[in-house]
Write a protein that binds this ligand. Structure first.
Ligand code: UVW
Length: 268
């Protein structure tokens, strides 16, 4: 059994872990503060009279690290967040109250995997490749699935194979594959609940273009109220051709946060 396939023995439920391990030095977007983990108190630093001791660690981190979800508070366009909320009034305790990650209800929903390299007959897409509407529809047809309102749609590019290589996963000169604005419109027109991918920013990053232009973020988060999930590990689902499953995700309940690290599961 692959180490990505966990057996929940008591319930007899088979799940696939779609989340990444949080580690110092893992690849992450330059847009966000680094994940950092230290051990300020080690065993033996304080020893109780009975000989016992405890180690206590500490993390400091942006909320958009590892596998994570973007709340609607994350992005604005021309001064407005989703629903016309004025971005200038956003701040912890301000308008983030309406759109922060604490407002995302735990998800137990139908999940759909769209495996784009499989329909294109390749191992993984190239940096900067745009996943088109035709790709999305071809994947649905090839896999015999239909995307419906309320689904969580996960789009595989195969780029996750580069996660352990660090910088190449983030893009830079090569860019990163993903949907562009038309693909995001396609998802929005189907009224999905959330859309995810196995890449750092969900959408296509142009070669050399960095993380500057993010039109799919605007379409999904600002215009449509659709959450985005990034840096998923979709390799096990693809390997086992699991295209339909129950998707489970619980964000951290951080008041007013723009995102949260998550550990989503596919119940298969
Ligand atoms: C990027 O860095 C673009 O990811 P996020 O959407 O989390 O900001």
């Amino acid at each position: 059994m692959s180490d990505r396939l966990l057996e929940a023995v008591t319930a007899g439920v088979r799940t696939v872990d779609l989340g990444r391990q949080l580690r110092v030095g893992m690849p992450q977007s330059p847009n966000h503060p680094q994940f950092w983990h230290t051990l300020p108190r080690r065993h033996g630093d304080m020893t109780r009279s009975d000989g016992g001791s405890a180690a206590n660690d500490m993390i400091t981190t942006g909320t958009h690290v590892g596998t994570h979800i973007d709340a609607l508070a994350h992005v604005s366009h021309e001064g407005k967040m989703h629903g016309g909320v004025n971005a200038a009034e956003a701040g912890v305790g301000g308008k983030y109250v309406e759109l922060g990650v604490h407002t995302i209800a735990p998800m137990i929903r139908r999940g759909i995997l769209l495996d784009i390299p499989a329909v294109r007959g390749t191992e993984r897409l190239e940096g900067g490749d745009e996943i088109t509407v035709d790709d999305l529809e071809s994947a649905c047809a090839a896999q015999g699935v239909e995307v419906s309102a309320g689904d969580v749609v996960l789009i595989r590019s195969g780029w996750a194979q580069l996660f352990d290589e660090g910088q190449p996963y983030v893009g830079g000169p090569s860019g990163v594959p993903g949907v562009g604005e038309p693909g995001a419109q396609w998802l929005a027109s189907r009224e999905v609940h959330a859309a995810g991918a196995d890449t750092i920013a969900f959408e296509r990053l142009a070669p050399g273009g960095g993380h500057a232009l993010l039109p799919a973020h605007r379409v999904l988060l600002v215009e449509s109220g659709i959450y985005i999930i990034e840096a998923l590990d979709l390799e096990e689902l693809a390997r086992t051709r699991t295209y339909e499953f129950t998707f489970v995700l619980v964000p951290l309940n951080i008041f007013g946060a723009t995102g949260s690290p998550v550990r989503p599961l596919a119940v298969v």
